[in-house]
Design a protein around this ligand. Structure first.
Ligand code: XMP
Length: 315
């Protein structure tokens, strides 16, 4: 794809044939699903309805920000509040792939219910090429089970419409720019949300800690690239680890959590390079995390691993 305008034209010509009646759109607020949603809105108007799922695994302020954008976009839009269901589904598991499967299952159940209410069996997703390549297409090993690919059960009555499935991220961003979507370069955020940034069991309290740490990393890194101190990274976030560690609080030694901070550069997420941040920036992040989560997080580590051999996310 090297001509975004032609891609938009062709897609707008094709979508009304694929969506003869109505459809729901899985809108996560990320650039992929937002681009897919706006293409569908342009192609079939109010025959499509976007559903944004509040999984309880989202970042600070995300529900408000995404709702504001979609309410202004002209697309029919609703928020499905479902954090209780997702936490119940995740209870008792620590395995990263199992977490993705359970989250994927919950998403699909929820979209099946929403589709039934809207009288459709069509689900539009913002799946892009690396999603299904890494989920193990024909002859490929599974690198990870993407929630929006591996999670669709064979017996689901939903039929998928995936207008971006042959595109890579930089191509999606070019299409988003063509559609005048704000912040086309926003960092990706995985569908399973903070669940893949909480090692071990995913509980509301552990997600809260990860959310606070993520907000600090975003705030400090965005301030730094806004001020021209570093280039804009591909992704920047924190993961809450499941190895308790010892710290000092006042005169006492306390046991608390450790957080890993990761900032990477990449072109398409297939490979990535850990960014060497200026030391004062790393120190500011560590200080803010241990202060805002005082007595809860007592150690901050900086991840220096490239992909490969590491993945971008913690798990
Ligand atoms: P990894 O960690 O596999 O991540 O190197 C590559 C890119 O994909 C994102 N990611 C996901 N996105 N569902 C998603 O929608 C997932 O299960 C998932 N896992 C990772 C990750 O944030 C990075 O941009």
């Amino acid at each position: 794809m090297n001509d975004p305008a032609a891609f938009v034209r062709d897609t707008l010509a094709r979508l009304p044939k694929e969506i003869a009646g109505t459809a729901i759109v899985a809108a996560s607020g990320g650039i992929d699903s937002t681009t897919a949603a706006l293409l569908v809105e342009r192609a079939v108007g109010d025959r499509a309805r976007a559903i944004f799922v509040d999984t309880g695994l989202l970042r600070a302020g995300e529900v408000e920000k995404v709702s504001e954008f979609f309410r202004a976009s002209g697309l029919r839009f609703e928020v499905a509040t479902a954090s209780d269901r997702f936490f119940a589904a995740l209870k008792g598991t620590t395995d990263p792939e199992e977490k993705r499967r359970r989250i994927g299952r919950e998403f699909i159940r929820l979209f099946e219910e929403e589709a039934r209410k809207f009288g459709t069996d069509l689900l539009v997703q913002g799946t892009i090429a690396p999603d299904w390549i890494e989920s193990g297409g024909a002859l490929r090993d599974t690198i990870k089970t993407h929630h929006n690919v591996g999670g669709v059960p064979k017996d689901s009555r939903l039929r998928l419409v995936e207008p971006l499935r042959d595109l890579y991220k930089d191509e999606v961003r070019a299409v988003a720019r063509e559609l005048r979507i704000p912040e086309p370069d926003r960092q990706p955020f995985p569908g399973p949300g903070l669940a893949v940034r909480v090692a071990g069991e995913v509980t509301p309290e552990r997600v809260r800690r990860a959310r606070v740490a993520n907000a600090i990393v975003e705030r400090e890194v965005e301030r730094a690239f806004g001020a021209g101190e570093i280039p804009r990274p591909w992704q920047y976030f924190a993961a809450l680890l499941d190895t308790p560690t010892v710290g000092v609080l006042g005169d006492n030694r306390v046991r608390g959590d450790a957080v890993s901070v990761r900032v990477v550069e990449s072109i398409d997420a297939m490979t990535a390079t850990a960014m060497a941040l200026p030391k004062p920036l790393v120190a500011r992040i560590a200080e803010a995390i241990t202060r805002e989560l005082s007595g809860q997080v007592v150690r901050v580590l900086y991840d220096v691993t490239d992909k490969p051999p590491g993945t971008i996310e913690w798990e």
